[in-house]
Design a protein around this ligand. Structure first.
Ligand SMILES: Nc1nc2c(ncn2[C@@H]2O[C@H](COP(=O)(O)OP(=O)(O)OP(=O)(O)O)[C@@H](O)[C@H]2O)c(=O)[nH]1
Ligand SMILES: [Mg+2]
Length: 194
């Protein structure tokens, strides 16, 4: 199979309730608001296609990108943003419950976890849900560039353990310094190859 990354990406659309079915394998990016989902998509694809922002809650819809008609990357709205209304939080739950539980073409959920904080309950909730749905998970411990180099491995191992993930299922990652980029690309390509 031809290498997947870097890939030419096109924006499919922004969806607030239902994510359209395409038949292509989906790789889904999920995590707290501001954790770095859109930034990760941009470096992984090798193209600034997902909009990023320092204001949490930037991505409030599901943004879907097509990579050369081969796979889709799905940028979910972030959760845990305090200023989001209860109705929006309910929308998020519905969306996740619906889309994530009904789509057999979801090959991988990339769960982004901020490496700068100890394990957080909302992330634990998501990871539990993903486990219950039997979805394959790749953890990206984001923003490790903000952690002193000698501490990175320990921090990431502690996060994996706290969330009940195998140590090798969580990759130390930084979009700004392109740490973990090859590993993330490889895991995604592998997940959609079968
Ligand atoms: N230090 C550091 N900052 C980062 C990194 N990746 C993203 N950021 C910053 O984190 C902020 C949020 O990044 P986004 O990629 O927009 O986060 P998001 O998860 O898509 O956020 P929402 O769309 O609001 O859910 C921005 O200010 C980025 O510059 C990283 O690897 N290291
Ligand atoms: Mg975003």
């Amino acid at each position: 199979m031809k290498r997947l990354f870097p890939a030419r990406a096109t924006f499919v659309g922004s969806f607030v309730d239902q994510v359209p079915f395409s038949g292509l394998p989906d790789v889904v990016f999920a995590g707290r608001s501001n954790v770095g989902k859109s930034s990760a998509i941009n470096v992984i694809v090798g193209q600034a296609i997902a909009r990023t922002s320092s204001t949490p809650g930037r991505t409030q819809a599901v943004n879907v990108f097509d990579l050369e008609g081969r796979i889709r990357l799905v940028d979910l709205p972030g959760y845990g943003y305090a200023k989001v209304s209860k109705s929006m939080r309910d929308d998020w739950r519905k969306l996740i419950g619906g889309y994530l539980s009904e789509r057999p073409q979801i090959k991988l959920v990339v769960a982004l976890i901020d490496a700068r904080h100890p394990a957080q309950e909302l992330d634990a909730t998501l990871l539990r849900q993903l486990g219950e749905l039997d979805l394959p998970v790749l953890g990206l411990a984001t923003k490790v560039d903000d952690i002193p180099r000698p501490k990175r491995a320990g921090v990431v191992a502690a996060l994996a353990a706290a969330h009940g993930l195998p140590a090798d299922a969580v990759i130390p990652f930084s979009s700004t310094e392109k740490i973990g980029l090859d590993e993330a690309r490889e895991a995604i390509a592998w997940s959609v190859s079968g």
